[in-house]
Design a protein around this ligand. Structure first.
Ligand SMILES: NC(=O)c1ccc[n+]([C@@H]2O[C@H](COP(=O)([O-])OP(=O)(O)OC[C@H]3O[C@@H](n4cnc5c(N)ncnc54)[C@H](OP(=O)(O)O)[C@@H]3O)[C@@H](O)[C@H]2O)c1
Length: 249
């Protein structure tokens, strides 16, 4: 079985690749930092291959799919992503557009292209690494939360379409809260609550997609927050999220 993992040079993606290889999979590691990919490839040995690709460029995503066509991919993991924080009228537009291209457009394009292959053979998996942020509006991290809302919504819709078609293809959204990775350094924030390890997030993600779960929430706290959201007014929830985000700065 062969999986393609974007964002494999660090954090959750790197641990998902490790988890898959431990479970008998071969992996294709995708990211921009070739040295990091080579390091992981050396660790994983003959079970890994790496491809340097900047998924924020649609053409590179399409090329990646084209190159992978003969390889008969069994699992796509969309994990590449990053965040940014600040008041929306003050944050940098270009950086946000890159974020939208990476977190949202690339996930859309790769999911579409690889899903068609998987549906044709009626087997396989797609694991979209979203976030607990995907269930909420995120004042002070508005664009990041919005990208993850898209991933959660898209994944949920495709999950139901596959069920309606009686397809054996499985798609899931991994929705962790804080995870201890390089994410915060890139986003320029700190933690506002205790993070879980990327190993735990990765393990739950792989287990969850195999089981065909729609949303994979690695901690009880995230499940509880998602439930509580249904009971409280949106404005109250947004105020609460602002509090979380502000503490990170
Ligand atoms: N950490 C958290 O608290 C947390 C919580 C919920 C969800 N998530 C999500 O989990 C995913 C992984 O993040 P992480 O926490 O593991 O952070 P991380 O350690 O910073 O890893 C991010 C990965 O994305 C890759 N990446 C970023 N831009 C890319 C691009 N344009 N093309 C290809 N690869 C790109 C990076 O590789 P290169 O720089 O080498 O390209 C790196 O491998 C993200 O989608 C993030 O939103 C994180």
């Amino acid at each position: 079985m062969l999986a393609l993992v974007t964002g494999a040079s660090s954090g959750i993606g790197r641990d998902i690749a490790r988890e898959l290889v431990a479970g008998g999979w071969d992996v294709i590691l995708v990211a921009r930092r070739a040295d990091r990919l080579r390091e992981l490839k050396n660790e994983l040995g003959k079970h890994a291959q790496c491809i340097r690709c900047d998924v924020s460029h649609i053409e590179e995503c399409k090329k990646l799919h084209e190159v992978m066509q003969p390889r008969n991919i069994d699992m796509l993991v969309n994990c590449a992503g990053f965040g940014g924080c600040g008041f929306f009228d003050e944050t940098d537009l270009d950086s946000e557009l890159r974020m939208i291209d990476t977190n949202l457009v690339a996930v859309h394009v790769l999911t579409k292209l690889f899903l068609a292959d998987l549906v044709k053979k009626n087997s396989g998996y797609i694991l979209n690494v979203a976030s607990a942020a995907g269930f909420f509006a995120g004042p002070y991290m508005a664009a990041y939360y919005a990208t993850k809302n898209y991933v959660v919504s898209l994944t949920g819709a495709i999950h139901e379409e596959l069920r309606q078609k009686n397809s054996r293809v499985k798609i899931s959204a991994l929705c962790p809260g804080p995870v201890d990775t390089e994410f915060n350094d890139v986003a320029g924030v700190g933690f506002s609550s205790k993070p879980i390890t990327s190993r735990k997030a990765a393990r739950q993600g792989v287990k969850g997609v195999m089981k065909g779960k729609l949303y994979i929430m690695p901690t009880a706290k995230i499940k509880m927050l998602k439930f509580v959201k249904r009971l409280l007014p949106d404005r109250f929830i947004s105020r609460m999220c602002f509090g979380f985000q502000k503490k990170k700065k």
